[in-house]
Each structure stands twice: as C-alpha cells, then as structure tokens.
Design a protein around this ligand. Structure first.
Ligand code: GYE
Length: 322
C-alpha cells in the first residue's frame, strides 16, 4: 500500500511537472550577474541597486559574481552561468574588447545577455539583447563645456592634469575623448600629464603624489571618477596645493556620488558630472519586457546632469539615492 501511494505521488508529480529539478521555486527567473569589481562608490551603489532588484520577492534567483577588476574572472563567471543554465545573463563589462567568444557561447546556449553600464565592442550586435548605461561622451562634453565657460576665454596656458580610469573601459574611452578633443581645439590648453588611475582612490593618490613631486604647475584636474578625485585631493593636500573654489586648481569629477557632492557643496570640487548607477530597476524592467515578448531598444542611455557648489544644498544631497 505504501509503495502504491508513493508510486501514485511520483506519477502525479511527473504529470504536474513538479518532479523536475527546481533550484528554488520554478517560477523564479534565474539571473547570472557578472559585476566587474568594487573599485568605487559608484560601483558599490550599482551593485546594491542590482542585488535589490534581483530579489526573490521580485521573482528572481540571483547568481552574483564580483570579478575584482579582472576580465578573466568575468569570463569564468559567465561560462559558469551558462553551465548552470540561467535564464538571463547580465554583464557589467570591465573593458570593451574580448567578449566575442563568450557571448557566442551564451547565444549557442540560447541565453539572452544584457550589457549594463559600460559597453562591449563586438561586430555582431546580435550577440546581446540590449545595452543600458550612461552616455559617457555626453558626460565628457558637459565637463568640457563647463570648463570653457569657467575659463572665460582665458588666453594664458591652461595645464590640465588628466586622471584616467581603467584603460579600455567605455567610461574611460569616452570621457577621455571629450577632453582630448578639447585640448586639440584650444591652443592654450595642454595636458600636464595623463595618469592611469584605474578608477581607484589608491592608484590615483600614488600617481598624483609622484607627479606632484616633479611638477606642480597645474590649473585643472580632470578626474574620470570621484574616487580618483579623492586620491588626488589627498596628494594635493600633502603637497600644500589649494583647490576648488578660490583655490589654485580647478577640480572636475565624474560620478557625483554623495561623498563627492558634499565636497562639491563645500567648494572643494568645482564640478561634479553625474553618472547614474541605479540600473537595477531598469534591467529588471527590460527583463520583464523581454519575457513578455516586447521589442527592446538596442541601446538605452539614462538621463544625467551636472552639479556645482552654487546649486547644491544639504537637502538636495540627502534626497538623492547615492
Ligand atoms: O564612473 C566609476 C566606476 O563605468 C560608469 O566605473 C562606470 C564607472 C564609474 O568605477 O566610478
């Protein structure tokens, strides 16, 4: 009798499809998210936004991997997601190149891929579903436009210390393009140096400290993210060089995360160019649209603005999400 009952149960489970191996709950969408690292305040806010969006309450099972700023780790993570047979793969790519093979493998396994934040440079754009992130060139152009105004047609030389993010990352490539084009255009604008800061505070601090030991003739710092700005400020402090409003060096910073906005409000940073990290709900929405069979645009840019000390207030900063 016992045996009969168990046979009956098995038959029922098979009929209803419940006997299939279900990792958590059959109705959850399994997402594999390969995050590139944890190098900045921006990245931490981005990771937080993504993890919140892919919660079980929201209908997801999330497989998360932090690649610690190494593309090789990302490739391993994505291949692992493919083996696990996730429903969707989301990648925040470290750099633009080197994605063809693994994206092809995902495509062969019929797993759609969403690219978030930075871009991938692949010839066949059918290798991914869509890309959502910031328009990094527009960000750079906003910074350059602001600087042109701030310098008010100044004729003397303008020496710019350019601190660059991780080479080959879209955020670096496009922000760099904007300032390099501007330097080419203005006869009196020069690069004092272009330093590799890798989007981290520590790297930027070391690079700027060593640079200032040799040369202190700078008028502007164009720093491709807030954390590198913090590192540069520390090196300037140590060298006794003033900066910000009324200081010797004008500082332009990208991201506009809370810590930088506070410094901007205090006049320590002259311009904060916003880069919005809150992609979690946006990617969630895209996945829902995809699962509902809706057409999704190939590239989506988010709205962004710039901040100067004059427009910032404690209330404004407190009301922001990052
Ligand atoms: O500006 C920086 C981060 O790709 C937009 O990466 C992102 C950049 C961001 O490390 O802080």
């Amino acid at each position: 009798m016992k045996k009969f009952a168990s046979l009956l149960l098995t038959a029922l489970l098979l009929l209803t499809g419940c006997a299939k191996e279900a990792p958590v709950e059959p109705s959850l969408t399994r997402v594999g998210f390969s995050q590139l690292g944890a190098e900045s305040d921006w990245r931490v806010a981005n990771t937080d936004s993504m993890i919140r969006a892919f919660s079980e309450e929201n209908g997801y099972e999330l497989l998360y991997d932090n690649a610690r700023q190494k593309q090789a780790n990302q490739l391993v993570a994505v291949r692992n997601f493919i083996v696990q047979g996730v429903d969707i793969i989301v990648i925040a790519p470290l750099e633009e190149t080197g994605w063809e093979a693994v994206l092809q493998e995902a495509k062969n396994a019929q797993i759609p891929v969403i690219i978030v934040d930075r871009e991938v440079a692949v010839e066949d754009t059918e290798l991914y579903l869509t890309q959502i992130g910031s328009d990094f060139l527009t960000e750079g152009l906003q910074a350059v436009g602001w600087l042109e105004n701030a310098l008010e047609n100044r004729q003397e030389d303008v020496n710019i210390l350019h601190i660059q993010g991780t080479y080959g990352a879209t955020a670096q490539i496009q922000r760099t393009k904007a300032i390099e084009d501007a330097v080419r255009l203005h006869d009196n604008w020069h690069f004092a140096a272009q330093l590799a800061g890798d989007f981290t505070e520590s790297k930027s601090y070391e690079m700027v400290r060593d640079f200032l030991a040799e040369n202190q003739d700078i008028d502007v710092i164009y720093s491709e993210n807030d954390n590198m700005t913090f590192g540069a400020m520390r090196a300037l402090d140590e060298a006794g060089i003033t900066y910000g409003q009324g200081g010797d060096v004008t500082i332009i910073s990208f991201d506009a995360a809370r810590r930088a906005l506070k410094l901007c409000m205090e006049g320590k940073i002259n311009l904060c160019v916003e880069c919005n990290p809150l992609h979690g709900p946006r990617v969630d929405e895209l996945i829902r649209q995809y699962l509902a069979g809706e057409t999704i645009p190939k590239q989506i840019f988010v709205e962004e603005t710039v901040f100067t000390p004059e427009i910032l207030t404690p209330e404004l900063i407190a009301a922001r999400q990052y």
